[in-house]
Design a protein around this ligand. Sequence first.
Ligand SMILES: CSC[C@H]1O[C@H](OP(=O)(O)O)[C@H](O)[C@@H]1O
Length: 367
Amino acid sequence: MKINGTPTRTIWLAADGWAVEIIDQTRLPHELVTTRLESLADAAHAIKAMLVRGAPLIGATAAYGMALAARANSSDLALTVAYNILHATRPTAINLKWALNEMIQALGTVAEADRVATAYARAAEIADEDVAINSAIGDNGATLIQAAWEQAQARGADSVNVLTHCNAGWLATVDWGTAIAPIYKAHDAGIPVHVWVDETRPRNQGASLTARELNWHGVPHTVIADNTGGHLMQHGLVDLCIVGTDRTTRQGDVCNKIGTYLKALAAKDNNVPFYVALPSPTIDWSVADGVAEIPIEERDPTEQTHMTGKTEDGHIVTVQVTPDGSPAGNWGFDVTPARLVSGLITERGVCAASPDGLLAMFPERAV
Ligand SMILES: CSC[C@H]1O[C@H](OP(=O)(O)O)[C@H](O)[C@@H]1O
């Protein structure tokens, strides 16, 4: 998307043709800092420390991580080691494994001497495919926002209100985003969309990243505490919810940022449509029961006990918000059962969160 009028992606090949550059998302929203990745270790660190995050962007970064690894050593053993190092960075988003498998498949078809060029080419394809997929998700999701706007207009409303959780915007992908892509498309088409932005504790991806993106693009939005959404739904202030996902199962269970499940429960209780936007690489066809089978990342408790922000005089500081000695838990994701999901917004269209719905959209997956 554009930053101050300049089209910008979250990851790109450096001008030297071999290093990779990223937006360091740990510095947002107050500082726009880019960082060079020059090695497998740099790419692995960027994913694990969340300089880059979001399922599709994790996948794209891992793909370029394999290219950087191949540049150093393109032997079978070295690439196997690289695969394992990158795969171990974060356990929940399936796009990581998907991208790594894509890279290994591409590299396995060429002679060792051709592996570096092949790796960079496939990584670039994965990045470009993500942009195209997300744009299509945006188009498909915008029809839902249009329909909700027409209903809101009939009630005399002057805007259509969409609630989103965490960051599934262009900062979570290579570009466009998934859950936020329909919002950009609707906004750009002149629909008066307003976004309730869940701050999304503990890392505040909503407050620091989604709000940052919407601010840059000029989309009206309001940052809210995570526990506010149910109240807004009870008072008719949410027309629909659109969230992202890090892994969706073949039966339509959705793994996403912690707190998504609770939002889906509130939506169900208030008859608010709850949609999930996802690119097909986020579907894990090998898993049925998301609650039982999807590994949930547990991160450093200091992400819960500490917060980083800007002081009144502009300094970026980190403060402790809990008492010394109080333990903290930091689960990164939860699973929303398919029964709470109104529909899945994919690059091919909107389908039911069910085995039949997914197979109708992806018939090639029928075994
Ligand atoms: C389009 S994937 C976005 C997805 O990723 C986020 O997790 P994290 O920031 O920890 O990588 C969150 O679950 C978003 O919904």
